[in-house]
Design a protein around this ligand. Structure first.
Ligand code: ADP
Length: 489
């Protein structure tokens, strides 16, 4: 719309920390717009007025009112701010859709809300309305930044809205969820019939919110450059690879940041002893405290390998089980924190029972323990089959716990492999393996254990290189800002 140097941005999302969270999307939606706001960008978050959001945002002021095209009554857009960052938040207050018990996507019993198409079409519609010339408020965004399928219809609504309008970006956080609904929703959600085709929002005879976004938006991003390439191919494209390949000219990857205050070994209140790259010897105290806490033998020399993750096929949990089985006889210790696949959980527990003091399995979600593991372990293990960005490999590098990981997605982009060349240049920060096979994964872990045991200088170098890296949101926010500017020239 305008050609201002700093475009105005609406960041539309279905969850944002600390208001409401079911997964990583909430972390990004809380942190990224806040980092852009701190850079002086005029940016507002748009989020549904779920019960939890209404409870947390007390000082709301009316921002705009518009008719609901899908149900009776009016939608009240209310403005508030995120508690810590002061980021402005626009809340879509429409009680019949959002103000109810249960989760944002599902009932308390774990079923999808039957009116999800209308609920997230409305969120998308309001985002598009704000980006259109019909927006009657005093604030008009130049860019509508959408996230995942829940806001995927916004670029479609914008495309068919008459008159001047904002540009749109769709960021993919999770390609596996695509918002696929029956074809008759096209009419019910006021989408033009001509959009229901292969070159449009049709997905094998159905309407896909995600495909709508990917097809009609001006730019597509995902959460790492390697993942942006991988999703153009069948193995990781979840059926969208053709369209993503076709649109590769507008597709890019920007790595997520991490909360560098919460994940800082120098100030972390959860640790037995805080430490820095200059006092790495203090990490040993965290190792003995961890071994004590989780029932491992107190052994300063045993390599302690850690996993904090959902227990799923995606995360390579089956491979991890085999690695534990083979390596525990070689004096290696393991700690796992996570939950997920029940059969794998049972198998991990059974293996631990046979190796008391050497394998510690902790089923559940435990924030404090996850910090103590990052600090106390020697090696962090992530043999994910795919990993759009991944966070733990960044935490572990900051904590001087070099990761061993499959070179996929964000893992490939944030870990520098310990090749002879990278060790010589001082850049190496972990160990990568390139084929997702059991023998390559275990060979990589064996290599890490060898370096830890027999090459202490090289190991120290990996630790120091990881701890020196900048994983802050400020860096990622600068990249998003460049993208915004490229759209707004
Ligand atoms: P994904 O979002 O695919 O599960 P990520 O690595 O991107 O994987 O993010 C997972 C986040 O959840 C990380 O911050 C990780 O430390 C945390 N996490 C996962 N499982 C647990 C657990 N059992 N206890 C504490 N934190 C966990």
């Amino acid at each position: 719309m305008t050609s201002a140097r700093h475009p105005k941005v609406l960041f539309a999302t279905s969850e944002a920390h600390p208001l409401i969270k079911t997964g990583g999307l909430a972390d990004v939606s809380g942190a990224l717009p806040s980092a852009l706001h701190a850079l002086g960008i005029d940016i507002k978050l748009l989020i549904p007025g779920y019960r939890a959001v209404l409870a947390k945002c007390r000082d709301m002021t009316p921002f705009a009112t518009l008719a609901n095209p899908f149900a009776p009554g009016e939608i009240h857009l209310m403005e508030s701010r995120l508690p810590e960052s002061g980021l402005p938040v626009l809340i879509v207050a429409y009680d019949a859709f959002y103000n109810r018990d249960g989760g944002p996507y599902q009932t308390g019993g774990g079923n999808d809300w039957p009116d999800n198409p209308q609920r997230f079409a409305l969120l998308s519609y309001v985002a598009a309305w704000l980006g259109s010339r019909d927006n009657s408020s005093a604030w008009q965004p130049d860019i509508v930044h959408c996230n995942d399928w829940q806001t995927g219809l916004a670029p479609a609504y914008l495309r068919f809205w008459a008159g001047r309008k904002a540009s749109s970006i769709l960021t993919i956080h999770n390609l596996a969820y695509q918002g696929v609904f029956a074809a008759d929703m096209v009419h019910a959600l006021h989408l033009p019939p001509e959009s229901f085709k292969l070159q449009g929002l049709e997905y094998y005879g159905h309407l896909s919110f995600l495909k709508a976004g990917l097809f009609y938006c001006d730019r597509i991003t995902t959460v790492s450059p390697t993942y942006a390439r991988e999703i153009q191919h069948e193995t990781l494209g979840f059926g969208m690879q053709g369209l993503l390949h076709e649109r590769r000219g507008v597709l890019s990857g920007i790595i997520n940041g991490i909360d560098t205050q919460e994940w800082n070994p120098e100030t972390d209140p959860h640790l037995a002893k805080a430490y820095s790259a200059q006092q790495l010897n203090d990490k040993a105290l965290n190792k003995s405290a961890l071994q004590h806490d989780i029932g491992l033998h107190l052994d300063a020399h045993a390599p302690l390998v850690a996993i904090v993750s959902r227990i799923t096929y995606q995360k390579g949990s089956d491979t991890i089980l085999g690695m534990m089985h083979d390596l525990v006889r070689e004096g290696v210790q393991f700690v796992l924190l996570g939950s997920g696949d029940k059969e794998l959980e049972r198998a991990f527990r059974k293996l631990a029972l046979n190796h008391p003091g050497r394998i510690s399995i902790n089923i559940g979600y435990d924030e404090r323990l996850s910090h103590r593991i990052e600090a106390g372990a020697d090696i962090f293990l992530m043999p994910s089959r795919f990993e759009p960005c991944g966070l733990n490999q960044m935490y572990s590098q900051r904590y001087g716990t070099p990761p061993v990981a499959h070179a996929t997605g964000g893992l490939a982009d944030t870990i520098v492999d310990a090749t002879a060349e990278n060790i010589a240049s001082g850049r190496a920060s972990g160990i990568l393996f390139y084929d997702m096979h059991f023998h390559t994964a275990i060979a990589a872990l064996r290599h890490a254990i060898h370096l830890y045991r027999h090459e202490p200088k090289v190991w120290r170098q990996l630790q120091i290189a990881g701890m020196a890296k900048d994983f802050s949101w400020q860096k990622s926010a600068q990249e998003y800002l460049q993208l915004y500017r490229s759209l707004n020239l």
